[in-house]
Design a protein around this ligand. Structure first.
Ligand code: NAP
Length: 254
């Protein structure tokens, strides 16, 4: 029956940025659908997510790592594989943003964002794809893209470049991994109420401009991504490859 295809019982999901914002919302959703969670975090305390996941009867295993240093990816993959006999789902969610006008945009703000949002995402996908291929069971990789995978944005040069890159990588990885039974797709959230957008929401002019453009008339919430995340993590999306699903309250349709 179709709803059974969404069930994640017995699956293990490795989620980066799992302990706050959108990643926390999606980790909770994956656990509600049945998955055990391996949560990568940098500074957010993992205990609230751990308690929630365990209250559902699922397992939670935390890995502290700083994805600004891509060399940590090997340790994350090793610890994840040691914690679980198999990894079924990789949700590449961790991401940062830096804002400055073009003349003032620093090389550091370029490198930091590209390392977390794109380089570490690629290296972790590569490491976990190898593991999924070795396991010889179906796998799912979900990348978190953005409205700025489609649009240019304002004052966020490295973020826009990284998120355009995420959308492209989603397609090429999907092409190569499909024959191995691994689906690679992405979710492009719209304007969501998290720390990432606190500066925008604190600016009354930008807040009003953004809200006026969202047909749904509100900022998105982390829980708004749970449906798309569970769908892309489950057998219900087995014939989807390289797609980016916008969950944006209608922003792109406008
Ligand atoms: P957020 O609340 O700021 O969360 C960012 C997450 O990334 C946190 O869990 C954080 O972990 C993790 N992270 C950041 N730098 C890291 C690093 N160096 N190493 C390891 N983890 C790191 O923002 P969010 O809105 O939930 O963002 C989640 C994803 O959604 C990002 O990829 C973002 O680009 C994307 N997105 C957000 C929006 C939006 O409107 N909010 C829209 C489109 C796309 P710690 O908290 O543990 O440090």
């Amino acid at each position: 029956m179709i709803l059974d295809a969404f069930n994640l019982d017995g699956k293990t999901a490795l989620v980066t940025g799992a302990c706050t914002g959108l990643g926390e919302g999606m980790a909770r959703g994956l656990a509600e659908a049945g998955a055990d969670i391996i949560g990568v975090y940098r500074s957010s305390p993992p205990d609230p997510v751990r308690r929630y996941v365990e209250s559902l009867g699922r397992r939670f295993f935390g890995i502290q790592a700083d994805l600004a240093d891509p060399s940590c990816v090997k340790r994350i993959a090793d610890e994840a594989v040691a914690a679980s006999d198999k990894i079924d789902i990789l949700l590449n969610n961790a991401g940062i943003i830096r804002r400055a006008d073009l003349p003032d945009f620093t090389e550091t703000d370029w490198d930091d964002v590209m390392n977390v949002n794109l380089k570490s995402l690629f290296l972790l996908s590569q490491a976990i794809a190898k593991q999924m291929i070795a396991q010889n069971v179906p796998g799912k990789i979900i990348n978190i893209a953005s409205m700025l995978s489609y649009q240019g944005g304002i004052r966020v040069h490295s973020y826009t470049a990284s998120k355009h890159g995420v959308m492209g990588l989603t397609k090429i990885m999907a092409n190569e991994l499909a024959p191995h039974g691994i689906n690679v797709n992405a979710i492009a959230p719209g304007y969501m109420a998290t720390d990432n957008t606190q500066a925008l929401r604190d600016d009354p002019v930008r807040n009003e401009q953004i809200l006026a453009r969202i047909p749904a008339g509100r900022w998105g919430e982390p829980n708004d991504l749970q449906g798309a995340a569970v769908f892309l993590a489950s057998a219900a999306s087995n014939y989807m490859q390289g797609e980016t699903i916008a969950v944006d309250g209608g922003w792109l349709a406008r």
